[in-house]
Design a protein. Structure first.
Lengths: 496, 492
C-alpha cells in the first residue's frame, strides 16, 4: 500500500475536490476532462474498497483535523454504516460518470465543465458525510452537499430550472437551519458532545420529553430524507439532467438524508433510548404516511422522472421506518435498503434518461411500445422495478424482508400493513411501464421511426446496475455483514 | 513608543486628516490616507496583542492623573473593536481610489479623504477613550464627518438621507450628552472607571435613572435598533459606495460597543438590568428587528437598500445576544460584531464594484452579472451565505453561539426564532443570485467586464477572511471570550 488507511480516508474526501481543479483546467478538451473524472472515480473507488478491507480486518480508522469551535472538531471515523454508504456512493459515481458521458453528449447539454466540477464536489461531500465522526462534521458536509448540487439542479438555466432550484434550496437549507441545526445545538446543550457513539450520547436519565422534541427536530430537519411534508424538493429537483437525478437524487443526496437519520437514531440516541421516547411512535406513523401518500401520488404522475421521484420519497420512508423501529432487524433492514434501493432506483433513472436521449420522450403515456425499439433498456427497467417492489430474484427482497421482520418483532401491525400495501402500490405504478412498452396492444408510433438504444456508455452503465440488482439477491453478504456490524458494535445493546 | 500606542491609535488618523490638504493630487492623498489607516491597523494589532498578554492598558493623556485628566483605557473589548475598525477601514480604502473616481467629482477627492480620516479617528477615539465626555466629543467628530461623507453621494437623494441622519444622529448624541451631564452632576466625575465606582452610591436617585435612560435611548438611536433605525437604509443606500462599505462594517458596531460599555462597565450589570426591564425590552426589540428588517429587505429593489435592511436585522441578533446577559450571550454579540463587519464590508465593497461597472445597484440591472462579473458575484454569493449562517463561514460561528446562549438561559423559543429569522436571509440573498445568474444580460450591456483588480483584491481579501475566520476561529473566539469574561468579572 502506498498510503496509510488514515491518509486514504482523508484523500477520499479531498480527492474529488482536487479533481475539480483538473476538470476546470481541462474544460476545453472534453475527452481529457472526462478522463480526469473517470480516473478520479476509479481512484476513489480503490481507496474506499481498501478502506473496506481494512475495516473488515477489524482496524479502526479515524482522523482528526482541527477544532473549529472549542469542543467542535472536524474529525472522521469509519464505522460500518458509513462504510456501506461510501461503498455504494463511490461505486455508483463511477458508473454514473460512464453513463453521463453518453447522456450529456447525446443530449448536447451546455456547461458540461461546470456539471462535472459540481458533481465532483458533491461526491467529496458525500464522502465527508459518510465518514463524519460527529454531528458537527456531518452537518458541514451536509450543507456543502446542498449547495454544490444547486447548480446541478438548475443546470438548464431555464425558468423551470430556476423554480425547481428555488424549492430545492429553499426546503433543504431552511429545514437544515431551522430544525437540524436547532437539534444539533440542543443535543450539544443536553449531552455535551456531538460524537457518534455506539449506544448514543444521552444519559440514561435524560428528560424524555426534551429528547423526544430533539428527535422530531432531527427527523424534520434532515430534509434530505424527504419525509412528508418536507419532500417537495425531490420532485422539484427532477429538472436536473438525468445523471444528476440518478446519482444524486436517487442515491447520494437522499441516501445522505436517510443515512443521517439512521446514524442519529443508532449513534446519537441509541436504539434503547429511541424505543422509549414519546415521539418515536408519532414519527413512525408520519414516515408510514409518507410511504403511502407518496406511492399514491406516484401513481398519478405521467412524467416518468416525477413518478420515480415520488417513488423515491416513498422508499426513503422505509429506511426511516426501519431506523425508528429501534430493533436490530429494523436497523439491518434500513441499512440494506439504502444499498438495494440505490441500485434499483439508479437503474430506473438511467432507463428514463436513455429513453429521453434516444426517443426524446419523458411522458409514460408516450412510451407505449417503446420496448421493441429499446429492448435492453426496458428489460433493465423491468428488473429494477422488481427490486423496488422487493421480489426475487432481486436484492430488494432482502431489505424488505428485514423491515417486515422488524415491524413484526415490535408488534407494529399498522406499519407492517403499510409496508405491504405500499409494495402492492409499487407494482401498480412501476410494472405497467415495461409491460406496456413490450406489449402495446395496438399499433404504436414507434414502428419504423428508427429509434435505437441509447449511446453505448449509457447502455453499459445501466446494464451494470441492473446486474447489481440481481447479484445483490444472490450475494448480499457484504451489505448484510456491514449492516449487522452496525448493530453488533459493542455497547450498543446496553447503551454504555 | 510602545507605551504611547493608545493615543497614537487616535492621533495618527486625526493628524493625518488636515495634512491631506497639502497633497493636491488625488492619488497621493489616497496613498497617504491608506498609509495612515494602515498605521492605525498596525497599532491596533499591537495593542490587541499587548492586552491579550498583559491585561488592560491605562494611558494618561498629558500625564495628568486619572479622575482629573483624560484617561485612555484599552481592555480586550476595545482592543478587539479597534482592530475591527482599523482593519476594515484599511481594506476598504484599497478600493477607494478607483471607486470614487466615478462617484465623486475630482475637486472633492481631497475633501473625501479628510472626512474619511476624521470619521475613522472619531470612531477609534470613541472606542479607545475611558472618559465619558471624550466619548461625546469623538462621537461628534465621527458623526459630523459621516453626515458630510454621506452627502457626497452622487444621487441627490443623498442630501436628504444625510439630513435625516443628521437629525436622528444629533438627537442621539444630545441624549447621550444629557445622560453624561446628569452623571457628572451626581458624581462630579467623567472618568468611566471612576463613574463605575461612584454611581452605585447614588444609584437609587431618579437622576441617575434618567441619565441611564437617556444614554440607552441615545445609543440605541446611533446603533439603529429597530424601531429607531429609520435613518439607516437611506444613508447606506445613497452614500458613496466606499463610505457605505466602511460605515456598514463599523459605525453601528461602535454604537453597540458604547451600549456594552455603558451598561456593563459604567452603570454596572446589576443596575443596568434592574433599573429598566432591559432584558425583556431588548429581546423583544431585537427579535422584532430581525423579522421586520429581514422582511423589509426581501421587498427592496435597490440592492444597497436590501443589505442595509439586512444590517438592521443583524443588529437585532447582536441585541438579542446582549439581552441574554451571560458570558456566552455577550460572546455571541462580540463575535457577531466581528463577523458581521467582515460580511457586510465584503458585500458592500462588491456592490461598489458593481456600481463602478454598471453605475447602478437596482436589482433589475443585475441581469446576467453572474456571467459578466463572475468574481464579484461569487463574492456576493459567499458573503450572502455567510449572512445566512452556512457552516464554514463566519456567520455560522455567531449563530452557533447565539443559539447556545439562548438555550443556556432556557429561552428555546428565542433560539427557534433566531434560526427561523435566518431563513429570511436565504430569501433575500437568493433573489440576487437568481437575477444575476439566470437572467440574460440586458441588451446593449453585453460588453460589461469583470471589476478591476483594485476592487477584486480587497473584496476577496474580505471574502477569504469570511471563510478563514469561519474555519479557524481561534482569534475571534478567544478575544470575544476574554472580553466578555472580563466584562462580567468587572461587575459580577
Amino acid at each position: 500500500m502506498i498510503f496509510s488507511l488514515e491518509t486514504m480516508l482523508q484523500l477520499s474526501i479531498i480527492l474529488p475536490v482536487f479533481a475539480v481543479v483538473g476538470i476546470v483546467a481541462t474544460g476545453h478538451k472534453p475527452d481529457l476532462r472526462e478522463g480526469v473524472t473517470i480516473s478520479t472515480s476509479l481512484v476513489l473507488l480503490y481507496f474506499v474498497i481498501t478502506l473496506y478491507q481494512g475495516i473488515k480486518q477489524g482496524e479502526s480508522i479515524s482522523v482528526q483535523w482541527w477544532e473549529i469551535l472549542p469542543g467542535l472538531q472536524l474529525s472522521f471515523n469509519i464505522e460500518p454504516l458509513g462504510m456501506l454508504f461510501a461503498l455504494i456512493a463511490s461505486f455508483l459515481w463511477l458508473i454514473t460518470t460512464v453513463y453521463a458521458i453518453g447522456y450529456m453528449r447525446g443530449h448536447e447539454e451546455k456547461n458540461q465543465t461546470r456539471f462535472y466540477a459540481c458533481f465532483a464536489i458533491a461526491i467529496g461531500s458525500v464522502m465527508g458525510i459518510a465518514f463524519a465522526a460527529n454531528l458537527f462534521t456531518l452537518f458541514i458536509f451536509y450543507e456543502v452537499l446542498t449547495l454544490s448540487t444547486y447548480p446541478l439542479v438548475t443546470h438548464a438555466g431555464t425558468r423551470e430550472a430556476k423554480q425547481g432550484g428555488r424549492i430545492y434550496l429553499g426546503i433543504l437549507l431552511s429545514t437544515s437551519i431551522a430544525f437540524f441545526l436547532l437539534a444539533i445545538v440542543g443535543t450539544w446543550f443536553v449531552a455535551g458532545t456531538l460524537d457518534f457513539k455506539p449506544g448514543g450520547v444521552f444519559d440514561a436519565n435524560v428528560n424524555t420529553t426534551v429528547a423526544g422534541v430533539i428527535l422530531v427536530l432531527f427527523i424534520f430537519g434532515i430534509g434530505k430524507a424527504a419525509i412528508m411534508p418536507f419532500h417537495r424538493w425531490l420532485p422539484a429537483a427532477m429538472v436536473a439532467p438525468t445523471p444528476v437525478s440518478a446519482l444524486l437524487h436517487a442515491v447520494a443526496v437522499v441516501k445522505a438524508g436517510v443515512f443521517t437519520i439512521l446514524k442519529v437514531c443508532v449513534l446519537i440516541f441509541g436504539i434503547d433510548l429511541l424505543a422509549v421516547l414519546p415521539s418515536t411512535q408519532f414519527m413512525l406513523y408520519l414516515a408510514g404516511a409518507s410511504v403511502l401518500l407518496a406511492s399514491l401520488v406516484a401513481m398519478r404522475q405521467d412524467n416518468l422522472k416525477a413518478r420515480l421521484a415520488y417513488s423515491t420519497v416513498s422508499q426513503l420512508g422505509y429506511v426511516t421506518i426501519g431506523a425508528l423501529l429501534a430493533t436490530s432487524s429494523g436497523v439491518i433492514g434500513s441499512s440494506m435498503h439504502i444499498g438495494m434501493h440505490a441500485f434499483g432506483k439508479i437503474t430506473l433513472f438511467f432507463c428514463a434518461g436513455a429513453i429521453l436521449v434516444a426517443a426524446h420522450k419523458s411522458k409514460i403515456s408516450e412510451m407505449r411500445g417503446i420496448g421493441l425499439q429499446m429492448p435492453i433498456t426496458m428489460a433493465a427497467f423491468f428488473i429494477a422495478s422488481l427490486s423496488i417492489i422487493g421480489v426475487p430474484p432481486t436484492g430488494g427482497t432482502w431489505s424488505k424482508w428485514f423491515l417486515l421482520m422488524g415491524s413484526m418483532e415490535t408488534g407494529q401491525w399498522i406499519i407492517m400493513a403499510i409496508l405491504m400495501t405500499s409494495s402492492l402500490l409499487n407494482i401498480a405504478y412501476l410494472l405497467p411501464i415495461p409491460l406496456r412498452a413490450f406489449f402495446p396492444g395496438t399499433k404504436t408510433a414507434f414502428a419504423g421511426t428508427g429509434i435505437k438504444e441509447a449511446p453505448l456508455p449509457s447502455l453499459i452503465a445501466l446494464c451494470i446496475t441492473t446486474l447489481g440488482c440481481v447479484i445483490l439477491f444472490v450475494y448480499p453478504q457484504p451489505l448484510y455483514e456491514l449492516a449487522t456490524a452496525i448493530v453488533a458494535t459493542p455497547g450498543l445493546a446496553h447503551g454504555q | 513608543m510602545l507605551a504611547h500606542l493608545p493615543i497614537l491609535q487616535v492621533i495618527v488618523p486625526l493628524m493625518a486628516a488636515p495634512l491631506c490638504l497639502f497633497l493636491t493630487r488625488s492619488r497621493l492623498v489616497w496613498l497617504f490616507t491608506l498609509i495612515a489607516s494602515g498605521l492605525a491597523f498596525l497599532i491596533s494589532s499591537l495593542l490587541l496583542q499587548q492586552v491579550m498578554v498583559s491585561g488592560t492598558i491605562i494611558y494618561e493623556l498629558g500625564g495628568w492623573d486619572a479622575p482629573w485628566g483624560i484617561e485612555y483605557r484599552i481592555d480586550q473589548l476595545n482592543a478587539f473593536l479597534l482592530l475591527i475598525i482599523s482593519a476594515v477601514s484599511t481594506i476598504v480604502l484599497l478600493a477607494a481610489h478607483t471607486s470614487i473616481k466615478q462617484e465623486i467629482p475630482a475637486d472633492r477627492h481631497t475633501l473625501f479623504y479628510i472626512l474619511y480620516l476624521l470619521s475613522l479617528a472619531g470612531m477609534l477615539g470613541i472606542v479607545a477613550t475611558g472618559d465619558a465626555f471624550n466619548v461625546f466629543v469623538f462621537l461628534e467628530i465621527s458623526s459630523l464627518s459621516a453626515y458630510a461623507l454621506i452627502a457626497l453621494g452622487k444621487d441627490r437623494r443623498a442630501l436628504w438621507a444625510s439630513y435625516q441622519y443628521l437629525i436622528m444622529g444629533t438627537i442621539g448624541a444630545t441624549f447621550i450628552l444629557i445622560g453624561i451631564g446628569m452623571m457628572y452632576q451626581m458624581t462630579g466625575t467623567l472618568n468611566m472607571d471612576d463613574l463605575s465606582k461612584r454611581l452605585p452610591e447614588v444609584a437609587h436617585t431618579r437622576t441617575v435613572f434618567t441619565a441611564f435612560a437617556f444614554v440607552i435611548v441615545g445609543v440605541c438611536l446611533k446603533l439603529a435598533l429597530f424601531p429607531l433605525h429609520l435613518w439607516l437604509p437611506n444613508a447606506y443606500a445613497y452614500a458613496p459606495s466606499i463610505v457605505t462599505a466602511f460605515f456598514a462594517a463599523t459605525a453601528t458596531k461602535v454604537a453597540v460597543y458604547l451600549l456594552i460599555r455603558f451598561t456593563f462597565s459604567v452603570f454596572g450589570l446589576s443596575f443596568s438590568f434592574t433599573a429598566l426591564p432591559l432584558q425583556m425590552l431588548f429581546v423583544v426589540l431585537g427579535l422584532l428587528g430581525i423579522f421586520a428588517a429581514s422582511i423589509a429587505a426581501i421587498y427592496q429593489k435597490n440592492v444597497k437598500h436590501l443589505f442595509a435592511y439586512s444590517s438592521v436585522a443583524q443588529i437585532g441578533y447582536m441585541i438579542v445576544g446582549f439581552s441574554v446577559s451571560t458570558t456566552t450571550g455577550l460572546m455571541a454579540t462580540l463575535l457577531h460584531l466581528f463577523n458581521h463587519a467582515l460580511m457586510k464590508s465584503a458585500l458592500f465593497l462588491a456592490l461598489a464594484a458593481v456600481v463602478y461597472r454598471i453605475g447602478s445597484v437596482q436589482l433589475s440591472q443585475f441581469h446576467g452579472l453572474g456571467r459578466q462579473m463572475p468574481f464579484t458575484m461569487a463574492a456576493i454569493v459567499i458573503g450572502g451565505l455567510s449572512l445566512i449562517g452556512v457552516p464554514l463561514t463566519v456567520g455560522f460561528v455567531s449563530k452557533w453561539y447565539l443559539a447556545l446562549a439562548t438555550l443556556e438561559n432556557g429561552w428555546w423559543p428565542v433560539t427557534a426564532l433566531i434560526l427561523l429569522g435566518s431563513l429570511l436571509a436565504i430569501v433575500y440573498v437568493w433573489r440576487i443570485v437568481e437575477v444575476a445568474y439566470f437572467k440574460p444580460p440586458i441588451a446593449g450591456r453585453e460588453s460589461i467586464k469583470e471589476a478591476p483588480l483594485s476592487f477584486l483584491i480587497p473584496i476577496w481579501t474580505l471574502v477569504i477572511a469570511n471563510i478563514y475566520f469561519g474555519i479557524d476561529t481561534r482569534l475571534s473566539v478567544q478575544v470575544a471570550q476574554a472580553a466578555s469574561q472580563s466584562l462580567f468579572g468587572v461587575s459580577p
